[in-house]
Write a protein that binds this ligand. Structure first.
Ligand SMILES: Nc1nc2c(ncn2[C@@H]2O[C@H](COP(=O)(O)OP(=O)(O)O)[C@@H](O)[C@H]2O)c(=O)[nH]1
Ligand SMILES: [Mg+2]
Ligand SMILES: [Zn+2]
Length: 310
């Protein structure tokens, strides 16, 4: 019998099985797990084979199907280790807010880089619009960000879970697809899921000083079927997104705004850091590539360099 992993708590997996039942299952000891060297061998969205032995023994996960794709990042718990957030995705819904707690462009760009490498489309959702005055400094910053990412062909939505705006459009985007919902704690993931499906009745949290103190709450990704069709995987508790498995030389190939320039550098293996006659750097100077994008790029290269030490 096949099944779809809806939640993982480390040793137990909630699996929606082909016979229509949802079960809490463990992994059979003999399963040859993917040689991915991750902190979680099975992720939400994994398709698994469940044993149907009738010898009275408990049903168990016996095998994992080859993944179509996955989103992976550095494990926040163990340096140098990798953690799969979710597998077999149709898209990533990246939830952002420039209100509180403000999402950094560094976080956005790391998520975009990872999804680009696995060819997973991303929708950028700017939430908490009710808190932003479009004439304020922050409102203008958001407009600039949206314009920039839109030029890179990303789909962009504006929502307010508080005032129930943009919910229909979000439902249209999520319909009949399997999406990973990713964004910092407090950005409004649970609130938006509740807006899409009030029967979920997920707990939403007051944003307290706790967030800034970085208190670690144990939270697990979970898949929710949507009334309109499709599923959303809520990935809670994400503070940072450390990219893994990149060589420095390939990063710029996944940055759509860099692409028109990368072939015009003097050196074919230019990393666009401090090489002479670098077309990317010239585009930054002329304003064709945003300075903040370039800074994020340099920081990602530093991350990769640091990770190599492990
Ligand atoms: N003003 C405003 N507050 C929101 C909005 N969406 C969520 N919140 C609030 O932000 C806090 C965190 O929301 P929650 O859904 O728990 O965020 P999560 O950690 O991403 O799941 C709660 O107090 C919500 O009421 C919004 O669009 N506007
Ligand atoms: Mg939540
Ligand atoms: Zn260059």
């Amino acid at each position: 019998m096949k099944g779809l992993v809806q939640k993982s708590t480390g040793s137990w997996y909630k699996v929606f099985c082909d016979d229509g039942f949802t079960r809490d299952l463990r992994v059979a000891g003999k399963v040859r797990l993917h040689k991915l060297d991750t902190t979680n061998p099975i992720a939400v969205g994994d398709e698994v084979t469940v044993s149907t032995r009738e010898n009275g023994g408990e049903k168990m996960i016996e095998d994992i199907s080859q993944r179509r794709n996955y989103i992976i990042r550095q494990s926040p718990k163990k340096r140098g280790a990798r953690h799969i957030l979710a597998a077999n995705l149709d898209q990533l819904i990246l939830l952002i807010t420039l209100a509180h707690p403000r999402t950094s462009t560094g976080f956005i760009d790391r998520c975009l880089l990872t999804s680009a490498a696995y060819h997973i489309p991303v929708v950028l959702v700017f939430n908490k619009q009710d808190l932003l005055d479009s004439n304020s400094k922050t409102g203008k910053q958001q407009q600039e960000l949206m314009d920039y990412y839109r030029r890179m062909d990303f789909e962009i939505l504006e929502t307010s879970a508080m005032e129930s705006t943009g919910i229909q459009a979000l439902g249209d985007v999520a319909k009949d697809k399997r999406s990973l919902l990713i964004g910092h704690s407090g950005v409004g993931k649970s609130s938006l899921l509740n807006a899409l499906d009030p029967s979920l009745d997920l707990r939403t949290k007051e944003i307290s000083k706790k967030y800034s103190k970085g208190v670690h709450t144990t939270t697990f990704a979970e898949m929710f079927p949507l009334p309109v069709g499709g599923e959303i995987i809520d990935a809670p508790g994400i503070k940072e997104f450390g990219v893994v498995d990149f060589d420095k030389g390939e990063v710029s190939a996944y940055m759509a705004d860099f692409l028109p320039y990368v072939d015009h550098c003097k050196f074919a293996n230019c990393l666009h850091v401090n090489e002479p006659n670098c077309a990317v750097y010239e585009a930054v100077l002329s304003g064709d590539i945003a300075e903040w994008r370039y800074i994020n790029y340099l920081r990602i290269l530093e991350d990769i360099e640091e990770a190599k030490a492990w």
